[in-house]
Design a protein around this ligand. Structure first.
Ligand code: ATP
Ligand code: MG
Length: 137
């Protein structure tokens, strides 16, 4: 069954949005198969966002991801990668539709509270970066 990596970034955890976000994935019908709270090192954040290393915001983005607890999760279900990103909304919360997580709960792109894998390959890579196989049920 398809799986995706979803992370509530430090701003989402700090703002107390964990239950709200988990609830949206649960109500849709997706299945939680892995979850843990971690403070990633900057080196780890750079690994996670390696595709963006040429972008001007890369350094600030990695500093931010490693600035506090991140809730790392793996969700499972038919179409969960694509639909998970639909639940999350557009990268820039100014362009996210109301009803999406970023549309309802965030304002600026640098504090958009949640990450979701963008494809089958990245989902596999991100799940294996953040989780050991025995941490998944
Ligand atoms: P994520 O990978 O976090 O789920 P995404 O796939 O919607 O987000 P990406 O293009 O992968 O968007 O960008 C990764 C993250 O980098 C964004 O979530 C955002 O926090 C940050 N980011 C993207 N564009 C900008 C920007 N122009 N300025 C500042 N930060 C940005
Ligand atoms: Mg992305």
């Amino acid at each position: 069954m398809e799986r995706t990596f979803i992370a509530i970034k430090p701003d989402g955890v700090q703002r107390g949005l964990i239950a709200e976000i988990i609830s949206r994935f649960e109500r849709k019908g997706f299945k939680l198969v892995g979850i843990k709270l971690v403070v990633p090192s900057k080196d780890f954040a750079q690994k996670h966002y390696h595709d963006l290393k040429e972008r001007p915001f890369f350094d600030g983005l990695c500093d931010f991801l490693s600035s506090g607890p991140v809730l790392a999760m793996v969700w499972e279900g038919e179409g969960v990668i694509k639909y998970g990103r639909k639940l999350i909304g557009a990268t820039d919360p100014q362009k996210s539709e109301p009803g999406t997580i970023r549309g309802d709960l965030a304002v600026v792109v640098g504090r958009n509270i949640i990450h979701g894998s963008d494809g089958l390959e990245t989902a596999k890579d991100e799940i294996s970066l953040w989780f050991q196989p025995e941490e998944l049920v």
